[in-house]
Design a protein around this ligand. Structure first.
Ligand code: 13P
Ligand code: SF4
Length: 317
């Protein structure tokens, strides 16, 4: 970064901090956000930690959720009396989009004797059809807490669903959805990297396909992968999840090397960035605090039904 850009970034950060104080705002950021956004946030975390943190915010007047839209909606459902802002309202999620609520409703209605477990990466409409939500950080624990003979529908991520089925011995019925970033990691390229760096540990998010998961030394949520990197004696890691997590890994483990796992050749950007997560910028964060917009609004007709599975998840976590 050149001197001028560094000065611009420092001045934006100063203005954001001033506005934050003046307006009683709290900034929450996901690990996939750009580094400068993670650095200025009051709290960074995986999707579970962000929901847990939002649920404890009593004094904040405004919550700014730097992540994707469903994360802002989760915070709003948990804090209905607060103003919840997002830097860019068009920051969606391909996984949530792979499960339209009207189609999921038909799937649920076709299996009336099943408990509905959904991943947090879903629209409010899908949450309203759900009995209990999970994140990648607590999915195993929550599924294990359900009776062994309970019939379960799991949506929308087929990869996370398959992974939970294989680790818990369940046979949950899976919705056929996936994330465009995690589907694209290349088994061959990761295996090639492993040959060049034989001592490297392979860190994999459970949204990845099974052949990638099978290469992993550690499978887990962004927070779990970060904790593993911190605690491991290894000094090299191949990281198969969105590239934003490398910022915090490098900050927390300055002496260690993190190598982003390459996507396959069908990847449109040739990288492992989530185009939605990367829509947020410091400039947009500043504007959203200044204008108090875009704000998350949730249809009151479904808000209560959508809140229940999140509260159940937090009780069971
Ligand atoms: P985490 O729950 O690990 O933060 O993952 C969120 C996500 O969107 C993964 O793609
Ligand atoms: Fe959604 Fe995938 Fe982006 Fe995560 S990485 S927010 S699952 S599109």
């Amino acid at each position: 970064m050149d001197v001028e850009n560094r000065r611009d970034e420092a001045s934006l950060k100063e203005k954001i901090n001033e506005l934050k104080k003046e307006k009683g705002a709290v900034i929450l950021a996901h690990y996939y956000q750009q580094g400068p956004i993670q650095d200025i946030a009051d709290h960074i975390g995986d999707s579970l930690a962000l929901a847990q943190y939002a649920a404890t915010l009593k004094d904040a007047k405004i919550i700014v959720l730097c992540g994707v839209h469903f994360m802002g909606e989760t915070a709003k459902l948990l804090c209905p009396g607060k103003k919840v802002l997002v830097p860019d309202a068009s920051a969606g999620c391909s996984l949530a989009d792979s499960c339209p609520a009207d189609e999921f409703k038909k799937f649920v209605e076709a299996h009336p004797d099943h408990t509905v477990v959904s991943y947090v990466n879903t629209s409010v409409g899908v949450k309203a059809l759900t009995d209990v939500l999970v994140t990648s950080g607590n999915a195993r624990k929550i599924i294990d807490s359900l009776p062994a003979d309970e019939k379960i529908i799991f949506g929308p991520d087929r990869n996370l669903g398959n992974y939970i089925n294989s680790t818990t011995g369940r046979s949950m019925l899976l919705w056929d959805g996936a994330c465009h970033v995690h589907e694209k990691f290349s088994v061959e390229k990761i295996a090639g990297l492993k040959k060049q760096h034989p001592a490297a540990k392979v860190l994999v998010h459970p949204e990845c396909k099974k052949p990638v998961v099978l290469l992993a030394d550690k499978v887990g949520s962004t927070a779990a992968l970060l904790a593993y990197a911190r605690e491991s004696d290894a000094t090299e890691f191949i990281v198969a999840t969105e590239s934003g997590i490398l910022h915090q890994m490098q900050k927390d483990c300055p002496g260690k090397t993190f190598i982003p796992a390459p996507p396959d050749d069908a990847s449109t950007c040739g990288c492992n960035d989530c185009s939605y997560m990367k829509l947020n910028t410091l400039e947009k964060l500043y504007r959203c605090l200044l204008d108090e917009a875009p704000e998350i609004h949730i249809d009151p007709a479904i808000a209560e039904a959508a809140r229940k599975p999140i509260e159940r998840m937090l009780e069971l976590s």
